[in-house]
Design a protein around this ligand. Structure first.
Ligand SMILES: *Cc1c(COP(=O)(O)O)cnc(C)c1O
Length: 399
């Protein structure tokens, strides 16, 4: 069936065929139900078929689908105002994806240095384990060999240092450095949280050296950690921030946010995107914000996160040969497995609960932000059964 489809072989797809979703549930073609703690890798922030998002998309679909950026686009004006009111930023550029938001962030930082008379400053310091997308610039920024191999020379201007290594970071800064780029919580790298102290020190280093601080909040942003943006926990702000995934709730949407000063080099003609800021995307992005910014919503995220946290800690205690560590912030959680994480993920799938593989032998749990405490407990019970099955198999093997 799917084996014969003339698709690129770039994805290792699980043999699951979903045709419908509702809230935290996905339904296969044959009507089986799965608890979706993958959420399209943190994209379906409000779960599936959220009535408010459906309403916004339908209303806009009957008005106008696409307008060129040759014209004023009222939906962009409205959403940019709401985003800047809710964040550090003064300016927004809309994209269709995370990688494009990062491309814009990188270009904004380089162009800023250029426009203040420092064209030699175009290097960006990044961190091991980072993931910033799959374009030629963002694979260079991410620095992972498995994504760079065979695609020609690595795009110049990205200097990588070990995760959480302040001395290495300081040593990497030169006369050619323009900016520092970091995910406040690494997603694909294995749900690794950067400490508040480290983020604050990055801010100080950037200020002292005339560098721009860029946060990649494509995965950890838009309520995922229990604040609108993850960096808010550290009480500091970046100069530039890339956002995508959760902000569209499933509609392709990304954004690059910047302060007035950081964006000052991006004059008319310096950047563009055909679809970026498409009216359908603007309508859905606005609807996502309606819900996430509602009084009490982020508090709900934090409350449900606590249910997960406590439940997962109990599972770690009970199955020390299966689960090594629980990581993460809010509803961006990681189970570091003691067995190959693919085995635990398969066992979870057997219990009809979905997670996402990550680096460092970690399984990501990225449940929709609307997950209730009851649904969290349902998921925990499924993960418990999966861990139990693996533990029983271990005992049989050693007997
Ligand atoms: C997913 C992701 C990206 C890339 O987003 P795309 O929409 O796939 O281009 C960039 N940065 C982070 C942190 C991500 O999780």
């Amino acid at each position: 069936m799917s084996e014969a489809a003339p698709l690129y072989d770039t994805y290792m797809r699980a043999p699951l065929r979903f045709e419908r979703g509702e809230g935290v549930w996905l339904f296969t073609e044959s009507g089986e139900r799965y608890l979706d703690f993958a959420a399209g890798v943190a994209v379906n922030s409000l779960g599936h078929a959220h009535p408010h998002l459906i309403g916004a998309l339908k209303d806009q679909a009957e008005k106008v689908w696409h307008l060129s950026n040759l014209y004023e686009v009222p939906g962009q004006e409205k959403l940019s105002r709401r985003l800047t009111e809710a964040t550090f930023a003064d300016k927004v550029f809309f994209t269709n994806s995370g990688a494009e938001a990062l491309e814009c962030a990188i270009k904004t930082a380089r162009r800023y240095q250029y426009s203040i008379g420092h064209p030699e400053k175009f290097h960006i310091v990044t961190f091991e384990g980072a993931f910033h997308g799959r374009t030629l610039a963002t694979i260079a920024a991410g620095g992972q060999e498995k994504y760079l191999e065979g695609f020609g020379p690595k795009a110049p201007g990205f200097d990588q240092v070990p995760f959480n290594d302040m001395d290495a970071l300081k040593a990497a800064i030169t006369e050619a450095t323009a900016a520092i780029l970091i995910e406040p919580v690494q997603g694909e790298g294995g749900i690794r949280t950067v400490s508040k102290e480290f983020l604050r020190e990055l801010r100080e280093i950037c200020d002292a050296n005339g560098l721009l601080l860029i946060f990649d909040e494509v995965q950890c942003g838009v309520g995922r950690t229990g604040k609108l943006f993850a960096h808010e926990w550290a009480g500091i702000t970046p100069d530039i921030m890339a956002v995508a995934k959760g902000i569209g709730g499933g509609f392709p949407l990304g954004a690059c946010l910047a302060t007035e000063e950081a964006a000052s080099g991006m004059k008319a003609g310096t950047h563009g995107s055909t679809y970026g800021g498409n009216p359908l995307a603007m309508a859905v992005g606005g609807a996502v914000l309606d819900v996430v910014l509602e009084e009490g919503f982020l508090e709900h995220v934090r409350d449900v996160a606590l249910v997960f946290r406590q439940g997962l800690a109990a599972l770690q205690d009970r199955f020390p040969t299966i689960i090594e560590e629980i990581r993460g912030e809010g509803l961006m959680l990681g189970i570091k497995a003691k067995v190959p994480s693919s085995e635990l993920l398969m066992a979870m799938r057997g219990e009809h609960v979905l997670g996402v593989p990550a680096g460092d032998n970690v399984i990501r749990l990225l449940p929709p932000l609307i997950t209730t405490a009851e649904e969290a407990r349902d998921g925990l019970a499924r993960i418990e059964r999966a861990a139990e099955a693996l533990a029983t198999a271990q005992l049989k093997k050693s007997a």
